[in-house]
Design a protein around this ligand. Sequence first.
Ligand SMILES: Nc1ncnc2c1ncn2[C@@H]1O[C@H](COP(=O)(O)OP(=O)(O)OP(=O)(O)O)[C@@H](O)[C@H]1O
Ligand SMILES: [Mg+2]
Length: 232
Amino acid sequence: MLRIAVMNTKGGCGKTTVATNLASYCASRGCGTVLRDYDRQASSTRWLKARSGGYAFIHGIAAFEPPREGTTRAWQMQIPAGTRYVITDTPAGYSEFDIEDRVAEADVILIPVLPSSIDISSTADFIRDLLLVGKARALNKRLAIISNRTRIHTKALEKLDRFLQSLDIPVIARLRDTQHYVNAAEKGIGVHELQERDAQKDTAAWRELLDWLEDVQDSPEIPQETLRTSSG
Ligand SMILES: Nc1ncnc2c1ncn2[C@@H]1O[C@H](COP(=O)(O)OP(=O)(O)OP(=O)(O)O)[C@@H](O)[C@H]1O
Ligand SMILES: [Mg+2]
């Protein structure tokens, strides 16, 4: 099982878009998929409610809600047997976001970023917090950037690329700026499930993203703990 958390405290950068499209892509490839929503706005949860039974099943967990009366938190958060991907959507801002807990329960952290100077500066600050407060590197988490609503060769994007190179964080997908994402979101589906032929252009990004995740799953890094023990 691979646990993927989509995070960036900057609002509106595409966390829900990435979480929902990735979940629907994984599920439609026949993989047991959980979509866990920590955001009180409940965008992912609403998306899943809009998804009809004709599409591949995704198990939803509304983690932002308290457990129902008579049930425990452990019961509410239960991951069904046979799950291959647990995809977590997280809120914007810091007030309802426990960075240490969210990092601890992820194997991979995907960070969507928009190509504007303001978004890039906030994302740089967020990545510093992930590393310093969340200890993401020390805990051996894999970090990767998803460049969202990409317009090729903006100055801001070059600045982000330089910053990421200095931290050795890969950009693993670039998503087009297209109304397809808005239309798919309303229907509870991913862009790859849209009927429009033109939307098929956008499927490649999700295929590449899943390929990258499969590589991560096949070649887990040796945990720091093991390295320390083996080197004495
Ligand atoms: N690549 C894209 N092309 C067009 N529209 C997009 C794209 N990505 C996201 N959007 C739209 O931008 C808006 C914000 O995206 P989204 O809700 O995924 O961001 P978010 O980071 O989850 O926001 P929040 O911080 O509020 O949770 C949504 O209306 C979404 O449909
Ligand atoms: Mg969201």
